[in-house]
Design a protein. Sequence first.
Length: 146
Amino acid sequence: MLPPYWPLHNVWLGVSVENQEWANKRMSILREIPIHEKAIRWVCAEPILAPVRFEGPSSLDGYSWIFAGGESGNRKHPPRPNNPQWFVDMAAQCKAAGVPFLLAQLGNSSLGTAKCRCHSAYGCRAVPPGANGQTFEEFPPGWLLP
């Protein structure tokens, strides 16, 4: 379904993953689609409903950014819980692979519901998931235009 003039430099391709099953399926498919050298492949792991290991079919090879978050929900659809350690583990995997990681929000975790706090320079600022106050707010190189 790609146009004959594909790939384009200004089109980033991403997939959404909520657990290991969908990470394995979607990330391996997207990795096969050619992209322009100035574009990126990225993953939106939001809402994360189970831990995800970036290995095998869901390896970070060919990916340039992971964006993650919990489920926020509302009164009619309460958010499904997650574990803040899942985000810490994802961040460590990304760091080891040299892939930027951004945590947008915890959603409904064991720490309680915590939504992102916006700030003007970058959009969402992660709510720290760990007791030591770490934040995860990395972006792919060149994501801001001059």
